[in-house]
Design a protein around this ligand. Structure first.
Ligand SMILES: Cc1cc2nc3c(=O)[nH]c(=O)nc-3n(C[C@H](O)[C@H](O)[C@H](O)COP(=O)(O)OP(=O)(O)OC[C@H]3O[C@@H](n4cnc5c(N)ncnc54)[C@H](O)[C@@H]3O)c2cc1C
Length: 351
């Protein structure tokens, strides 16, 4: 919470947004509805399921950065809204829930993320646990408003009073009886959903696209159930909620010309355009693209958020850390640009 304006502030990516409204969703979850000024509207265009990164001040340390998924839909005309659930002993979520009121401002990085359907016309099988409903709700609202397919939601919570968006889901189910089916699973009544139970739930929807977000054990149970039932991996997309440790608000360090002596050649395809760059081996691909003024998608620069995932088409790169990528992602050719350094003299990459 800093500057008094709602205009673009420090650096080219950081925007200071005014909070138009704070909504109490449940006892431990709040939504922040943002007022996006007209001159930042383009930069805040988003796809269903993407997230914002918020800068949260701290008296004890430098500010911290936390990602929060947009629960709103870009297709319904509603203002962008994130929903924050308090994490026990967590710093950022509790600070936001305790300190932000309507009219306050906060520094935000524009939307990012790959937890988004390629088409809203496909049939969707959505899985949410607890606060994992946030990006799932954006996808669900968007598919109903702008798509033509069926939407099935499996939504797990501890108890009835922790169900975020319960009323909105009920209303949508009434509005779209032919297209939306919502199944609530309450741990307090039914225990944890077993892999077998989840596989049985998924069985009638074998041709659907799955999106999964929630606590780690829930996500593990769902992905295991789908894998066991033979779902192809490319039809299962996951979003992992972690706290960033790096500072995505920091300005990138400029390249030193001396670093060019040991550089590879890289061709990068971004938004349909191909850019030829020199890639010093001491730098990551995100560093190199930023220093060339390219609008590379990235947030944490620690391998934790997955925003900079790209595909190596030719040549080889090495990653400092494989971060959020699992072995299946790596086998499928995915690389994190914020962790990648060139191994061969020429490399071709596509975002
Ligand atoms: C892409 C993405 C989207 C997300 N979307 C949402 C969303 O829509 N809604 C939402 O609520 N969250 C979301 N998150 C999660 C969110 O970014 C935060 O991770 C979450 O709010 C917890 O942050 P915190 O600062 O409150 O907790 P932290 O302070 O990061 O603490 C998290 C946990 O770690 C423990 N911990 C903290 N410090 C230490 C330490 N030094 N040693 C050991 N343990 C420690 C705490 O006890 C706590 O249990 C998202 C994350 C990502 C990456």
């Amino acid at each position: 919470m800093t500057s008094a304006t709602a205009e673009v502030s420090r650096g080219s990516r950081v925007v200071t947004l005014r909070v138009a409204e704070v909504i109490e969703e449940t006892a431990d979850a709040r939504s922040l509805v943002f007022d996006v000024p007209a001159d930042a509207a383009d930069r805040f265009a988003y796809r269903p399921g993407q997230f914002l990164t918020l800068r949260i001040p701290s008296d004890r340390s430098a500010p911290v950065a936390r990602c929060y998924s947009l629960a709103s839909s870009p297709l319904t005309g509603e203002p962008p809204r994130v929903t924050i659930k308090r994490t026990a002993d967590g710093y950022g979520s509790n600070w936001l829930c305790d300190n932000i009121s309507a009219g306050d401002t906060i520094d935000v990085l524009p939307p990012l993320g790959t937890f988004t359907p390629a088409s809203l016309d496909t049939d969707l099988l959505l899985w949410a646990g607890g606060s994992g409903i946030t990006p799932v709700m954006s996808i669900l609202r968007s598919a109903l408003a702008g798509g033509t397919g069926r939407v099935v939601l499996f939504y797990a919570n501890r108890g009835a009073d922790s169900v975020i968006f319960a009323d909105a889901l009920r209303e949508l189910a009434e509005q779209y009886p032919e297209r939306l089916q919502v199944t609530h699973w309450l741990e307090s009544l039914q225990g944890l959903p077993s892999t077998a139970r989840l596989a049985a739930f998924a069985a009638p929807y074998a041709s659907f696209e799955s999106f999964v977000c929630g606590p780690a054990p829930f996500m593990a149970a769902v992905t295991e159930a789908l894998a066991g039932a033979g779902w192809p991996r490319e039809r299962v997309t996951t979003e992992v909620f972690v706290s960033l440790t790096g500072d995505p608000f920091a300005e990138p360090e400029p390249l030193d010309p001396a670093e060019d002596a040991d550089a590879a050649e890289v061709e990068v395809e971004l938004d349909g355009e191909v850019h030829a760059l020199r890639w010093p081996r001491s730098r990551t691909l995100v560093d190199v693209m930023l220093s060339d003024g390219l609008d590379v998608p990235y947030s944490c620069r620690e391998g934790e958020c997955g925003s900079c995932a790209c595909t190596v088409l030719d040549g080889e790169v090495a990653m400092d850390s494989t971060g959020v990528l699992d072995q299946d992602d790596i086998d499928a050719g995915y690389t994190l640009a914020c962790q990648a350094r060139p191994r061969t003299d020429s490399v071709r990459i596509r975002f």
